[in-house]
Design a protein around this ligand. Structure first.
Ligand code: FAD
Length: 576
């Protein structure tokens, strides 16, 4: 039987994670029930009053939620349910995003805080952190600084040797989530007695230590995004988790692990907003008819629905690559920043479309859409920015497009494995050496679907543009130009994993066609943007314009997909 998106979308009323083990399913269900029993009124009033979510953290501590999901098997000490299982981490990220970015965020920064710990060989830190988690503690990731933003090379958190094998740490960190309460604060800095990259250090700090000074919450929100200062904070040798280049790699590898959950959080936000908006619009009568009679409203809904489905397909498939990764298969390093910058910006698009439909309703204090519209903007900026991730994605472009290599098939990975490779990813270098399987295969399987064929032709046109009119070195040095190429390239990778997952789950062909109708339109818009770049040559301009194509329209297909959207009306409303 073919799959329709309604069965893919998270719905608290019908959620039945039977592909997980009993304890995982229980914890997911308990989390959903906690939010539902607490109700929408409290969810929203706490949000608008910036109430710190101590009750949620008490719930997670009581249930052992973070401890079960975020302790690696190596540190689980015979607790059979503890493991680092990306599949269930993704599921919980979606659930938390569904109830709000702020709940997702406290979980997310705990994940980031744990990254350097579980990558470390320092047994004392690992044991301490495993115990803190078991006691209900949360983590924080102290990388960013006020003055340096994405430029983490320039850290001013300084470690001065104390002459006894330890250090005194001094300096400030900025934008650090959970910095008000975390007992596990992974802090990045550099030694004053060593020049260059050899001086980098990742060490474990505790926000309760008297030398840890909490300065402020830098955001007006329920979540606490802290500025803190360390003043002669004593760092013992056994607090050091990584030193030298390894500390830098630990930072980037942690971001790889943490980045991943942004997409599922964004999916959760968009799903909740979709249920609320279709239910409202379908009941709202204007000029004697439901609002959903308007042609443009249906178009907004069908686009939101298909974009959301695409986000879900790509992200679910990316889980498989993430979990199957090993030193010889690092394809996840490309799919990961795409989950980060593409799926999250798609979440923004979906929520924007729904906000167009809801109009004034989307500003009211009793609407989830009000908070979704506000919070969804933040997601692409939480780990790097779209530009930073695109710059990373571009490193893979030549190998992906022009040097395919065979790999064994990657199965669906919802099995209860511990994803230990993520904590031994190794050096963050050598990205251009990563090879990919042939992207054309996934597209070829759906050649009979009109918009997949149209999109494939666009992708081929882009590869031909690069082969026939390759960017000159001075163009490659112009980031405004390379980022425009990167946006087009990203869509090809995005479509590939969407097609792979569509085949795996046997997605309804109408929906797949509509998804690719969106991709054809997006690709055309990006081609026009490339055409307008000052750095473009005449030959590249002409080739860029040749990429513009119209999607294959089919009113009957559109109507069938619209009926799927319509049928979501009333299927979920959060308990008051
Ligand atoms: C709500 C929130 C919570 C956060 N939580 C944490 C946390 O818990 N821990 C933590 O360590 N950090 C956290 N961050 C920081 C986040 O990771 C940074 O915002 C991010 O690293 C970018 O830094 P910046 O925002 O200061 O931008 P800047 O680095 O100042 O960038 C300015 C501009 O330059 C561009 N740019 C910079 N470098 C490049 C490049 N290499 N290539 C292309 N373009 C580039 C950017 O795209 C951007 O447009 C949080 C941020 C926010 C907003």
């Amino acid at each position: 039987m073919t799959t329709t998106p309604a069965s893919l979308f998270f719905n608290p009323r019908t959620y039945d994670p039977k592909h997980f083990d009993a304890e995982t399913a229980r914890l997911l269900r308990a989390t959903i029930d906690w939010f539902e029993n607490r109700g929408k009124e409290k969810l929203l009033s706490d949000y608008f009053s910036h109430v710190w979510y101590a009750d949620f953290l008490e719930f997670q501590a009581r249930e052992g939620l973070f401890a079960t999901f975020l302790t690696t098997a190596a540190d689980a000490h015979a607790s059979p349910d503890k493991r680092w299982d990306t599949s269930r981490i993704a599921a919980l990220s979606e659930v938390l995003g569904f109830y709000g970015l702020v709940y997702w965020y406290t979980w997310q920064v705990t994940i980031l805080g744990l990254g350097p710990v579980w990558q470390s060989d320092t047994a004392s830190v690992r044991a301490r952190v495993a115990q803190l988690l078991a006691d209900g503690g949360v983590g924080a990731f102290g990388l960013s600084e006020r003055e340096h933003g994405a430029d983490i090379y320039s850290t001013d958190l300084l470690l001065i040797p104390d002459g006894d094998g330890g250090y005194l740490a001094n300096g400030g960190k900025y934008y650090i989530g959970n910095g008000n309460v975390a007992r596990i604060v992974s802090v990045f800095g550099r030694r004053t007695d060593v020049e260059g990259p050899d001086g980098y250090v990742f060490f474990a700090a505790d926000s309760r230590h008297p030398s840890y000074q909490l300065v402020q919450n830098v955001v007006p929100s329920q979540m606490y995004v802290s500025e803190f200062r360390l003043v002669d904070y004593p760092v013992a040798a056994e607090d050091i988790m990584h030193a030298g280049e390894a500390a830098f790699s630990a930072a980037l590898n942690t971001v790889n692990i943490g980045k991943f959950n942004l997409c599922f959080g964004g999916i959760g936000i968009a799903e909740h907003a979709l249920y609320e908006t279709i239910t409202h619009a379908h009941k709202r009568i204007l000029y004697g008819e439901p609002v959903t009679k308007f042609g443009h409203i249906r178009r907004y809904f069908v686009d939101a629905y298909t974009r959301l489905t695409a986000m879900k397909l790509f992200s679910d498939r990316a889980v498989d690559y993430f979990r199957t990764a090993n030193p010889d298969d690092r394809r996840y390093l490309l799919f990961n920043p795409i989950t980060k910058m593409k799926v999250t910006t798609e979440a923004e698009q979906v929520v924007a479309l729904l906000a167009e439909v809801a109009a004034a309703k989307g500003f009211e204090k009793d609407q989830y859409l009000t908070i979704a519209s506000n919070d969804v903007r933040g997601r692409p900026k939480l780990e790097g920015t779209v530009a930073v991730n695109l710059a990373l994605i571009n490193k893979f472009m030549p190998a992906y497009l022009f040097q395919p290599q065979d790999y064994p098939p990657v199965p669906t990975r919802t099995d209860p494995a511990d994803d230990e490779f993520l904590f031994r990813q190794g050096s963050a270098r050598g990205l251009a050496k990563v090879r990919f399987h042939d992207w054309r295969l996934a597209y070829a399987r759906f050649a009979a679907i009109g918009n997949v064929a149209a999109f494939t032709a666009q992708a081929e046109g882009f590869a031909a543009l690069l082969a026939n009119a390759p960017p000159a070195p001075e163009q490659l040095a112009e980031q405004d130009f390379t980022l425009a190429l990167g946006e087009l390239f990203t869509l090809i990778v995005y479509g590939q994993l969407i097609a792979e997952q569509a085949e795996i789950i046997d997605l309804d062909a109408d929906v797949l066609d509509e998804i690719f109708s969106v991709l054809v339109r997006d690709f055309s818009a990006l081609a026009v943007a490339l055409h307008g770049k000052a750095a473009c040559t005449e030959q590249q301009r002409n080739a860029a314009l040749a990429l513009v194509a119209a999607p294959r329209a089919d009113q009957d297909r559109f109507d069938r997909v619209w009926q799927q959207v319509e049928s979501l009306s009333g299927t979920y409303e959060m308990r008051a």
